[in-house]
Design a protein around this ligand. Structure first.
Ligand SMILES: *Cc1c(COP(=O)(O)O)cnc(C)c1O
Length: 381
């Protein structure tokens, strides 16, 4: 049997126009933040219904700057998920505030908003929800709670660019929204992030926060008003982002079609617990960054690591999204312990991310499903 090509769980698609555009930027004499960044910000703003957008060199930086913009710091609490990438809770801790972890729903993996409401205290300043894997959180409920308690919202939409809630794009409404352009996301700039804002004053403040806290004085010299980081995005990256944004809706349509193939084909023995298929009547709102079922580990003689090794040996790459953030060494040092967040911990234990990227074919989805089926039936108790 001929060896099939290795299938990674994520892979960016870069077209020739983008590649030659990058070469032009490299030859232009201006390679760091400049005209391409301004064009990328304008294109993102257009895509998001005219909202204010500033780009940074990662979503992690955008989360940190968003917290600073909201004047959140020591003594403040931010409600967040522990079934997300480490960046959100890390940045809350980094600016000196306390992440308050709330459990997620088992299937959507998004914050349980009843639990969010119970976790609100006089110290709560903001909610930082993740749109897990491209599935929006219940935006009506989120903003109803934020309005009722006067809280800021910083949406971690790293996995949800092009997702929508009842026909409105994530980032086109709400408070602050963060996107990521890491290569595993729905569009990439190699590295990069965006912060969607409410007004010009916030945009100007982000320009200061993302670049050393520098402001310009009337005499042509500079002043520093805040010990800011250095989070500016280079023009080379912005040019890639521009080329990618033009293809985003096409990429996401492809992702939805491949997810539908997985739902049709992934029927194993014993069965996996399949991800949330998108809201009934609003399936188009899911941008499918991740297809991550839960493994039936209690019916298997192997653990997840062995399952992943068996797929790897069949040329199929997998990922883990995500470990439980409250059980990292960092947040154990805050006193968090196993058993606090049952759904988060179960997902962390059983989840596996299967290959899904726009250049993948239906035949490749079939290949992944056949490999999963073969490994599971062999390992069945
Ligand atoms: C990737 C990711 C981030 C971090 O994005 P970077 O651009 O790599 O900083 C944050 N949150 C979530 C949910 C992510 O998936």
């Amino acid at each position: 049997m001929a060896t099939l090509p290795y299938l990674p769980f994520a892979r960016p698609t870069l077209d020739e126009d983008t590649i030659s555009g990058v070469v032009e930027v490299l030859r232009s004499g201006w390679i760091t933040t400049g005209p391409q960044v301004r064009a990328f910000e304008a294109a993102l703003s257009d895509y998001l219904g005219g909202r204010w957008v500033r780009v940074l060199n990662s979503a992690t930086a955008a989360l940190e700057v968003a917290l600073q913009l909201c004047r959140i710091g020591p003594g403040d609490e931010v409600i967040t998920s522990a079934q997300t990438f480490f960046a959100a809770p890390n940045m809350i801790a980094k600016i000196g505030a306390t992440p308050v972890f709330v459990d997620v729903e088992l299937i959507s993996r998004n914050l349980d908003f009843d639990a969010v409401e119970r976790a609100i205290t006089p110290r709560t300043k903001a909610i930082m929800p993740t749109h897990f894997g491209g599935l929006p959180v219940d935006m009506d409920r989120l903003y109803e709670i934020a309005g009722k308690y006067g809280l800021r919202v910083i949406e971690d939409a790293a996995l949800a660019i092009g997702s929508s809630w009842r026909g409105r794009r994530i980032g086109s409404f709400g408070d602050l929204t963060v996107f990521s352009f890491h290569p595993n996301k729905n569009i990439t700039a190699i590295e990069g992030g965006a912060l969607v804002l409410n007004n010009e004053a916030e945009a100007l403040e982000v320009e200061t926060l993302r670049f050393h806290g520098i402001t310009r004085l009337a005499d042509g010299t500079r002043d520093v008003v805040f010990p800011g980081g250095k989070f500016n995005l280079p023009d080379v990256n912005a040019r890639i982002g521009l080329g990618q944004l033009a293809q985003l809706d096409e990429f996401n349509a492809r992702r939805r079609a491949l997810a539908a193939d997985y739902f049709r084909l992934l029927h194993t023995d014993p069965p996996c617990l399949l991800p949330h298929p998108g809201y009934p009547g609003d399936e188009i709102g899911h941008s499918w960054n991740l297809f991550a079922p839960l493994l039936p580990l209690d019916q298997l003689r192997i653990d997840r690591q062995q399952f992943r090794a068996a797929l790897e040996s069949r040329g199929v790459g997998t990922g883990v999204s995500y470990e439980a953030a409250h059980l990292t060494a960092l947040f154990r040092s805050y006193g968090h312990r196993k058993g606090e967040l049952p759904n988060t911990e179960r997902i962390a234990h059983e989840t596996v991310t299967l290959p899904l990227f726009p250049a993948m074919t239906c035949v490749e989805v079939e290949r992944v499903c056949a490999a999963v089926d073969e490994v599971l039936i062999e390992a069945k108790r």
